[in-house]
Design a protein around this ligand. Structure first.
Ligand code: HSE
Length: 425
C-alpha cells in the first residue's frame, strides 16, 4: 500500500473543522495531530486516534508530520509556528491572508532555502480557485487590471442596504449574526481584510512584493442607503472593491487601493450579490475574465485548503519538486501610486444651505481646480433647510477633486461633505 501523507492541522474553528471532515476518510492522508486553543471545548467531530495539543509548535517540531496546515489565522503565533515548520522541512498549506500579505516574501524565501513549498489558495476568495489561476493559468498574460469583490461581509451589507433599504448599522448586525464578519468587524467594514487580499492578488498578478501599509484604504461606514438609491438612479451599484493596475502615467508604479466604488450596472462585478466574491481580471492575451463563487464559509474554504494539500501530496512524488513552485516574484517592493495621483470619475454628496447661488459657488470651485462636472442634482431639502446635492464628475486627478473640496468645505453655504466615492470605469 502507498505510504500516507502525514498532516498536522493548526486550528479547529470553522475552516479547520471543514478540512478535517473532508480529509478524515481519505485513505491518502493521515492527520497525525491537531493544535487547538481549548482542549475541553465540545467538538462537532469525532477525533479519536488523533493527537490533540494546545501547543502548535509541537506540530512544527513533530518528526512524523510532512505538511503543516494552518487554519488558525492571525499573525501570532502562526508566523513563528510556520517559520519553525519550514525550517524543519515541512510543507505549508495556509488560509492566512494577513500572514501572506505581511510576511509572504520572507516566508517564500525561507521555504526556497529549505526546499519546501507554501500553498495558500484559501487566503483569498474562499473556495474560488483564484491563486492557482493567477500563478499558473494566466502566466501568458500581462495583467492590465485586477478588480475584486473579495470581502463577503461588506458585499452582504451593501446588498442588504440596497435590497431591503436597511441602514448600515442594521445590515452589519445581520452580517455578524449570520457569522460572516471577522472577529473584529472593523477589519471588514474599514477595508483591512480587502487590503490583505488585494495585496496578495496584485503581488501574484504583477510579480512584485507589495507593502500592505502603502495601500490606500477607505471603508464603507459613511455610505448611506440614500447613496445606494442615488447610485442606482444614475445606473450604478455601490460595491467594495480591491483594485490593482499599472500606474496610469508611471508603469513602474502600481495603482493598488481599496475603497467602495460605483460600478456601472452592465459591468460583471455589479451583479455579485450577498456574501459571494468575484474577481475580474483583464489580461493581454485572455481579455476579460471573472471568477465568481463563495468567498467564505466552512466547506468552500476547506475545498481550497484540501485542494492545496492534495496538490502538494501528488507533487511530493517528484524529485526536488519544490523548485517548480517558486514564485516568480522580484525581491524589491514595488512603488505604489499615491491616491492623490490616481485618475477617477467621482460621485460626491454634499449637504448645503438651500440659498440662492449655492450651485453656482460649487460649480465655480470645481471649475477653478479643473474638475469637469458630468451632472449636478439637488435631491430635496429637509425640515432644517439642508439641501442634498449630488455631483458626478468626469475623469480627473484625485488631487484636483481634493483641492476643490477643501475650498468647498470652507464656503459658508456648505454644511458637510457627506461622501466622496470613485466610479469604476
Ligand atoms: N470576513 C471575510 C469576508 C471572511 O467577509 O469575506 C473571508 O476571508
Amino acid at each position: 500500500m502507498m505510504a500516507k501523507t502525514t498532516l498536522g492541522i493548526f486550528g479547529l474553528g470553522t475552516v479547520g473543522t471543514g478540512v478535517v471532515a473532508l480529509l478524515r476518510d481519505n485513505p491518502q492522508f493521515e492527520i497525525r495531530a491537531i493544535a487547538i486553543r481549548d482542549r475541553h471545548k465540545p467538538r462537532e467531530l469525532e477525533l479519536a486516534n488523533i493527537e490533540l495539543t494546545d501547543d502548535p509548535f509541537k506540530l512544527a517540531d513533530h518528526p512524523d508530520i510532512e505538511m503543516l496546515v494552518e487554519v488558525a489565522g492571525g499573525i501570532d503565533p502562526a508566523y513563528e509556528v510556520i517559520k519553525r515548520a519550514i525550517s524543519n522541512g515541512k510543507h505549508i498549506v495556509t488560509a492566512n491572508k494577513e500572514l501572506i500579505a505581511k510576511h509572504g516574501p520572507e516566508l517564500f524565501a525561507l521555504a526556497n532555502e529549505h526546499k519546501v513549498t507554501i500553498f495558500f489558495e484559501a487566503a483569498v476568495g474562499g473556495g474560488i480557485p483564484l491563486i492557482s489561476t493567477l500563478q499558473r493559468g494566466l502566466q501568458a498574460n500581462r495583467i492590465a487590471r485586477v478588480a475584486g469583490i473579495v470581502n463577503g461581509t461588506t458585499n452582504y451589507i451593501l446588498t442588504k442596504m440596497e435590497r431591503e433599504q436597511q441602514s448600515f448599522a442594521d445590515a452589519l448586525r445581520e452580517a455578524q449574526a449570520a457569522g460572516y464578519a471577522e472577529a473584529d468587524p472593523t477589519d471588514d467594514v474599514e477595508g483591512r481584510d480587502v487590503v490583505y487580499k488585494i495585496s496578495i492578488l496584485s503581488s501574484l498578478a504583477f510579480q512584485v512584493p507589495i507593502e500592505v501599509e502603502k495601500i490606500y484604504r477607505q471603508g464603507i461606514t459613511q455610505i448611506t442607503d440614500l447613496d445606494i438609491k442615488l447610485a442606482n438612479e444614475f445606473g450604478y451599484r455601490i460595491k467594495m472593491i480591491g483594485l490593482a493596475q499599472p500606474g496610469e502615467d508611471n508603469e513602474q508604479a502600481l495603482d493598488v487601493r481599496v475603497h467602495p466604488m460605483l460600478v456601472p450596472r452592465h459591468h460583471p462585478l455589479a451583479s455579485v450579490e450577498g456574501v459571494n466574491n468575484a474577481i475580474f481580471i483583464k489580461g493581454s492575451a485572455v481579455g476579460e475574465i471573472m471568477l465568481y463563487g463563495p468567498g467564505a464559509g466552512r466547506f468552500p474554504t476547506a475545498s481550497a485548503v484540501v485542494g492545496d494539500i492534495i496538490n502538494i501530496a501528488s507533487a511530493l512524488k517528484l524529485p526536488d519538486f519544490a523548485q517548480y513552485f517558486q514564485l516568480p516574484i522580484r525581491s524589491e517592493a514595488c512603488e505604489i501610486f499615491p491616491i492623490a495621483d490616481t485618475t477617477n470619475a467621482y460621485y460626491i454628496r454634499l449637504e448645503t444651505h438651500d440659498t440662492p447661488g449655492v450651485i453656482g459657488t460649487l460649480g465655480h470651485a470645481f471649475g477653478e481646480h479643473g474638475v469637469s462636472l458630468h451632472s449636478v442634482t439637488q435631491k430635496g431639502v429637509n425640515s432644517e433647510g439642508t439641501a442634498t446635492i449630488v455631483l458626478l464628475t468626469h475623469r480627473v486627478k484625485e488631487k484636483q477633486v481634493q483641492a476643490a473640496l477643501t475650498q468647498i468645505s470652507a464656503q459658508a453655504t456648505t454644511k458637510q461633505i457627506g461622501v466622496v466615492l470613485r466610479v469604476l470605469i
